[in-house]
Design a protein around this ligand. Structure first.
Ligand SMILES: C[S@@+](CC[C@H](N)C(=O)[O-])C[C@H]1O[C@@H](n2cnc3c(N)ncnc32)[C@H](O)[C@@H]1O
Length: 400
């Protein structure tokens, strides 16, 4: 066995000798920079070489986490987003910027701490996910990486690396970054903030909330689907990191339907479809006023209620199968590993298709029965059928 420096023996306590990944690199004495470059077997598997075992010895370039080879950065005060981190030297695309350091904790501990920090009034969240069961909390201990803000169009990204048998998270540049540019990554898969925070990244395709696509956010706010008004932003309590406002009113999407009111016919007044309640319906726009469900014929009402029930059932089946597949999806998204259990994936795909079909059937039943009823069906007394067709869709709407 090759002789190893003493400190190497102490450092990989968790790694058994037979588990140490040893590359086959041979460094060129005339070009020491070539040692363990991008073709190194360990680099290709996002694993750092183990000191004392790498054939390139001290020339090995693949020990950046272990040697804290960070880019030069400094923190600064942003407008509305607290502290941020900027590049203090130019950074190349793909370069390791800094490690996200902190306390490694379990998911139960992460949940407890996140609630406790919120109760203490801490507005900034520093817990990110490491894998399905562990999190890194940089609230009390961490590197400068804790100051990196979120952007929906970021110049950096997180990547997982295996260092001496342990997974660690690094921030890497996605593109060349000039000196003085703010560093940002997308919090989506790592976000473990308790409160819903309005995103102030300013990107044209901003998703409005920090971590809006993260498993934790979806779990707390349910599935936020296009056209599903149960989960519109108006209904999500949030605080604004800039002004700590308790609520935010976002203009409603005029083209989305409000099925629940229609299908259940909860009140007697006409129901507005596709406009904010109380707003003036406009003829020929994507706004229609219809009667509550109970004022339609029994056949029409039954058809809509039946398709809506199927829709809810399909949604709940999809949700429960998502719970089974979620750990695999998370793992896959983080580590790009193809370890998704095929039967769970098939169930999930099946449930997704059933839900799509149920959604379609429900929408179709509204269009068929309410928005465009067959000519034989006379409109009710409270509404008359407008002959004016929408230019874009050709659909006709009920109006006062
Ligand atoms: C990991 S910390 C980042 C550093 C933080 N700005 C500070 O002052 O310590 C994450 C917190 O920063 C704030 N933040 C980060 N990105 C943001 C963004 N795009 N919009 C609004 N607030 C943001 C949020 O309060 C979030 O909880």
């Amino acid at each position: 066995m090759a002789e190893r420096p003493i400190e190497a023996m102490f450092r990989h306590k968790k790694l058994k000798e037979e588990d140490i990944a040893i590359c086959e690199c041979k460094y060129d004495a005339n070009d020491p920079e070539s040692a363990c470059g991008e073709r190194c077997l360990n680099v290709l598997t996002s694993t750092e070489c183990t000191p004392g075992y790498c054939p390139c010895g001290d020339y090995c370039k693949n020990q950046r986490f272990q040697k804290s080879e960070y880019a030069k950065t400094k923190f600064f005060k942003t407008e509305g987003r607290g502290w941020g981190l900027i590049a203090d030297e130019s950074i190349k695309a793909g370069q390791f910027v800094i490690e996200y350091c902190g306390e490694v904790i379990s998911s139960e501990e992460a949940q407890q701490r996140s609630q406790a920090y919120e109760a203490q009034g801490l507005k900034d969240a520093y817990i990110i996910s490491l894998n399905a069961n562990s999190y890194i909390d940089a609230t009390r201990k961490g590197s400068l990486a804790r100051f990196i803000n979120h952007s929906c169009e970021p110049n950096c990204e997180t990547r997982k690396w295996t260092i001496l048998g342990e997974i660690r998270v690094g921030i890497f540049a996605k593109q060349d970054i000039y000196v003085g540019t703010e560093l940002a990554y997308d919090y989506n898969f790592e976000w473990y903030g308790g409160a819903n925070v309005r995103c102030l990244c300013g990107a044209p395709k901003c998703s409005k909330f920090l971590g809006a696509k993260s498993p934790a956010f979806l779990e707390h706010n349910h599935v936020w689907e296009e056209g599903d008004d149960r989960y519109t932003v108006e209904e999500i309590p949030l605080y604004d990191s800039a002004e700590d406002e308790p609520s935010l009113m976002v203009p409603k999407d005029k083209s989305s339907f409000r099925h629940e009111f229609l299908a259940r016919g909860k009140n007697d007044s006409p129901v507005v479809i596709g406009g904010s309640a109380g707003s003036e319906p406009r003829l020929g726009s994507h706004v229609a006023v219809v009667e509550p469900l109970h004022s339609f014929s029994a056949g029409v009402a039954n058809d809509i209620v039946k398709t809506e029930e199927i829709k809810f059932l399909a949604a709940s089946k999809l949700n429960s199968s998502y719970d089974d597949i979620r750990p695999a999806i998370e793992e896959h998204e983080r580590d790009s590993q193809d370890n998704v259990d095929i039967s769970a994936a098939m169930t999930w795909i099946g449930a997704s298709c059933s839900k799509l079909k149920a959604d379609f059937d429900f929408h179709f039943s509204i269009v068929k029965n309410v928005v465009c009823p067959p000519p034989a069906q006379a409109p009710s007394s409270a509404a008359k059928y407008s002959e004016e067709a929408d230019n874009e869709t050709g659909m006709k709407y009920l109006t006062h």
